[in-house]
Design a binder for this molecule. Structure first.
Ligand code: TRH
Length: 392
């Protein structure tokens, strides 16, 4: 227990890996930052260690309990079991409304002082989030209240995850061509690919990738497209003419396509920093691309009734108001608007890239002027903790 003011606060993150890697990607990033920048003792409960291992190769898939880079990782295997109040952390975070084990909730209610309980929600630029961020929700039966925490882009939201030294590391890497070549060389890129205009491609299966491959192959720029294993598999297989396993590659006209292994999360940042254009998706890679200082195109996770198109438009209205080519290309890439001519859409985007780079830098300043997510989350938890004499 860490009730003494001088003691290290404890925090538990509960993560269910619903689909893909986004949820564990965000939880793992938050866990590391809270541990290493804020000295919080973090326990990460995660149901799918195999998915976790793909973004963090140190994770053992058979361990019930393990220490990974200073974070305690617990395999969350079932909703059963009873817990003692002493086992409950000072701050408990459920990700995306996942159901905590009932026995853990009972122990939360018996703990003195009660823990701060947060529900961490998904990122969107839509205005309604500002009205919901920090809202309380009472437990129907127990004397417990959880509060909503929404990441976001302005001071009325919880901000975005961004490590303190990230921008300095990025700038140093981007100013060091030898470091970039050494990094990319690990994946077997040829001299031709290293000298080409490089782009990383991380998208959902419905993106019009084959269309773009055709345009890039016939274009005047030498291009190298780096695709993580399993992404855009049909288009990549067709282009390469073989199984799209890591290391598979082919060149047609001006375009090389190369399949990369899935890399550890910190290396994914290096990949974004080393490329001239990044196609990203979901939530976490999208945020990382915003910090990469390079143009990016976002493929949003699809939702029923095309709700995601509204989310995409809201973001573009904020980020790309003065970047019409990026706006049109992104809407087309996501199927939210017809594209009359992909060659023209690509040519316009290419032309606009220097202005997109400038925009990433003003955007970074605007968004981070209100603080980073980990700091804001802890400030909020402390504020709530004071009300219940939980001296976090
Ligand atoms: O995996 P995703 O498609 O995640 C999505 C979103 O989070 C979405 O909101 C959610 O609802 C849906 O899943 C179910 O994309 P995302 O968010 O970019 O997460 C990918 C993570 O994988 C991110 O942390 C970066 C990491 N990554 C690596 O570590 N190495 C790699 O090689 C690649 C390509 C990604």
């Amino acid at each position: 227990m860490s009730l003494h003011p001088a003691a290290t606060p404890t925090l538990a993150i509960f993560c269910k890996v619903v689909d893909n890697f986004g949820d564990i990607g965000i939880c793992w990033r938050l866990a590391r930052q809270l541990r290493h920048e804020h000295g919080v003792a973090v326990t990460l409960w995660v149901d799918d260690l195999a998915s976790f291992r793909r973004i963090c190769p140190e994770v053992g898939t058979a361990a019930a309990l393990q220490d990974v880079r200073g974070v305690t990782v617990r395999h969350w295997v079932s909703q059963d079991g009873s817990f003692e109040p002493e086992e409950v952390a000072d701050i408990v975070i459920e990700f995306f409304g996942c159901d905590l084990p009932p026995g853990y909730i009972e122990a939360m209610a018996r703990r003195t002082p009660r823990p701060v309980w947060l529900n961490y929600e998904g990122l969107t630029a839509e205005d309604w989030v500002e009205g919901c961020h920090r809202l309380p929700s009472m437990h129907p039966r127990l004397k417990l209240t959880k509060h909503f925490f929404f990441p976001g882009f302005n001071e009325r939201t919880g901000g975005l995850l961004c490590e303190r030294d990230l921008d300095a590391r990025r700038q140093a890497f981007q100013a060091d061509p030898a470091a970039q070549r050494a990094f990319l060389g690990r994946f077997g890129l040829t001299e031709r690919e290293l000298d080409a205009r490089k782009l990383s491609l991380f998208c959902y299966p419905h993106a019009p990738v084959a269309e773009l491959f055709g345009i890039w192959a016939q274009g005047g720029d030498s291009m190298a497209c780096l695709v993580p294993e399993g992404v855009a598999a049909d288009a990549v297989r067709e282009f390469i003419g073989a199984d799209p396993a890591p290391g598979a590659t082919a060149t047609r006209g001006a375009l090389s396509v190369r399949v990369l292994p899935f890399v550890a999360q910190p290396d994914y940042d290096l990949l974004l920093w080393a490329c001239d254009l990044n196609f990203v998706r979901g939530e976490d890679s999208w945020v990382r691309a915003q910090w990469a200082g390079r143009p990016f195109v976002w493929h949003i996770y699809p939702q029923d009734e095309n709700l995601h198109h509204k989310k995409l438009r809201t973001f573009l209205a904020r980020f790309a108001e003065d970047l019409p080519a990026l706006g049109a290309f992104s809407l087309g890439w996501n199927g939210a608007q017809d594209v009359e001519s992909w060659p023209q859409a690509w040519a316009a985007l290419r032309e606009e890239m220097p202005r997109i780079v400038e925009r990433t830098s003003s955007w970074r300043e605007e968004v981070l002027a209100h603080g980073d997510l980990a700091t804001k989350l802890l400030d909020f938890a402390r504020e709530l903790g004071r009300a219940q004499e939980n001296r976090i």
